[in-house]
Design a binder for this molecule. Structure first.
Ligand SMILES: Cc1cc2nc3c(=O)[nH]c(=O)nc-3n(C[C@H](O)[C@H](O)[C@H](O)COP(=O)(O)OP(=O)(O)OC[C@H]3O[C@@H](n4cnc5c(N)ncnc54)[C@H](O)[C@@H]3O)c2cc1C
Length: 245
């Protein structure tokens, strides 16, 4: 059992809910007042596991990647895609309100910034952008590393954080490159495109977050292009995180 699964629960309260549109919302959290609040310390790229009171005495535990940066954002937030019919995200969409207090396992996860000074090559698809948005902001804030983010979404208007990412690219001209792929018009990313991208870079550290088939395709293509297994990191949203139902 992981350290996080045995750690005491923390109490968080919902400060704000930001509708990112098209079935994606960001929940801005803060330590709950009056319950011995401790700062919500976390590392960029980690996730938070929320205990959601979906049916009174039968809560469910659901993990959500933190989309904020510990040094440049004032509060911690998670970004949730609605899976209609799923108890956890249904509750967050239909019942959660600002001011509510929730229990959570402390932030956990290993999809954090490596200690090297290599260029960063980030691959995100869909809500997999959440941990990589966090890592991207953090790497730009605390290091001189170059960041290349390849981000797939269906359409521009349904893909969260594009404007914020374009702002980051503008602020960090020469260090950050944002490459968008809108799959409704351009089709899905394939292994050849991954290979041609990685060959333009000098031994990058790669991070891959998205649906399982996307992660498998990108990871295989990176390894086939000569990246070492230790330089390719992923966060699996279907990993064995603590779940009560
Ligand atoms: C480390 C980690 C990080 C994650 N980060 C994020 C994140 O940043 N953002 C995010 O949105 N999610 C993230 N997830 C996924 C998240 O934890 C939940 O799994 C997700 O919100 C769905 O939970 P749910 O309870 O709504 O639906 P679930 O109960 O998981 O069901 C998902 C879908 O499957 C359907 N379904 C379930 N059971 C059946 C069945 N028997 N037959 C047919 N259909 C069925 C449901 O109707 C629903 O549409 C992450 C997961 C992990 C492990």
């Amino acid at each position: 059992m992981s350290r996080a699964a045995t750690a005491p629960l923390v109490h968080v309260s919902i400060d704000r809910i930001v509708n990112e549109g098209h079935g994606v919302k960001t929940f801005v959290l803060e330590p709950a007042p009056g319950l011995a609040p401790k700062p919500l310390t976390y590392r960029a790229g980690q996730f938070l596991t929320l205990k959601l009171p979906v049916a009174g005495d039968r809560p469910v535990m659901r993990s959500y990647s933190i989309s904020t940066c510990p040094v440049s954002d004032a509060r911690l937030a998670v970004t949730v895609k609605h899976a209609p019919g799923g108890p956890g995200s249904d509750w967050l969409y239909e019942k959660a309100e600002p001011g509510m207090t929730l229990e959570a396992l402390p932030p956990a996860g290993q999809c954090t910034l490596d200690a090297s000074d290599r260029e960063l090559l980030l691959f995100a698809a869909g809500v997999g952008i959440a941990p990589l948005f966090s890592l991207c902001k953090y790497a730009l804030a605390v290091s001189e590393r170059k960041v290349h983010l390849h981000y797939s979404g269906r359409r521009r208007e349904t893909t969260p954080f594009i404007a914020a990412l374009e702002d980051l690219q503008h602020t960090h001209r020469g260090r950050m490159r944002l490459q968008l792929r809108m799959t409704a018009a351009e089709g899905r990313l394939d292994a050849d495109a991954v290979r041609s991208l990685v060959t333009t870079m000098d031994s990058p550290t790669a991070y891959v977050c998205g649906p399982p088939a996307y992660q498998a395709m990108v990871t295989d293509a990176l390894l086939a292009s000569g990246c070492s297994p230790s330089s390719v990191r992923t966060e699996s949203s279907s990993a064995a995180a603590p779940r009560v139902s």
